[in-house]
Ligand binder design. Structure first.
Ligand SMILES: Cc1cc2nc3c(=O)[nH]c(=O)nc-3n(C[C@H](O)[C@H](O)[C@H](O)COP(=O)(O)O)c2cc1C
Length: 204
């Protein structure tokens, strides 16, 4: 498949069918992740595949997860652009369910040089930037095989590290529920951006 086709095919999916993802597709995606550029050349990334329901449940208990849209929540997004508002109101009540029921759940871990809370300049975030290159490679590889995911960014990473005995010096970048798309999966249209409005040559 052409790279451009894979890039166009990759979309965030939060509603999954229960069909199992063959392990060779997962392995290929993780190997593709490990091909990503890395600021320190060391690719200090690890992957945890969560296969136990009790661990999934524990993950959902590390932070508050809203399960239904309330008037208050709708109000909170009332001034957002329509596409962003539609996305949040679709996504927020699905967070817990996708963690509990997606066919596969991947936790991507990285080694920060500087802790995010102590970062003072963009350079200090290079490890985080690199692990996101890895994550995009994973998502593209999955999309090539018709498998899709969603990057969930957890708030309570110390709580997650405790559940999985992740070494103290490492950090959680994202949790990625993934699988084949449900037939009713809702895909919010992507925002169309005209390159001409974003490209600045020589000066702003
Ligand atoms: C850094 C980052 C954080 C995100 N966090 C979440 C999240 O916590 N929960 C969620 O459902 N989606 C999350 N997303 C997915 C975005 O909502 C999604 O990428 C966006 O709506 C655009 O849709 P697309 O991926 O289909 O192009 C995140 C995406 C990125 C890049």
């Amino acid at each position: 498949m052409e790279l451009s086709e894979v890039i166009n095919r990759r979309r965030t999916v939060r509603d999954f069918s229960q069909n199992k993802v063959p392990f060779k597709i997962i392995e290929k995606a993780l190997r593709t992740g490990l091909k990503a550029p890395s600021y320190n050349h060391l690719k200090e990334w690890d992957f945890i595949l969560v296969r136990e329901d009790r661990h999934r449940l524990a993950l959902t208990r590390t932070e508050e997860m809203i399960e239904e849209i309330t008037n208050e929540l709708e109000q909170a997004f009332k001034d957002y652009e329509n596409l962003a508002k539609d996305m949040y109101l679709d996504a927020i009540p699905k967070q817990k369910r996708m963690i509990l029921t997606a066919p596969e759940l991947l936790i991507v871990v990285y080694k920060p040089k500087t802790q995010v809370s102590e970062s003072k300049k963009i350079y200090d975030l290079n490890c985080l930037a690199s692990v996101w290159c890895c994550i995009e490679n994973i998502l593209l590889s999955l999309a090539e095989d018709d498998v899709f995911g969603v990057t969930f960014i957890p708030k309570n990473t110390p709580g997650i590290k405790k559940i999985f005995s992740i070494p103290q010096q490492l950090e959680v970048a994202a949790i990625i529920p993934f699988g084949y798309k449900a037939s009713h999966a809702k895909i919010i249209p992507q925002k169309e951006i005209q390159l001409e409005s974003k490209l600045h040559i020589n000066t702003w």
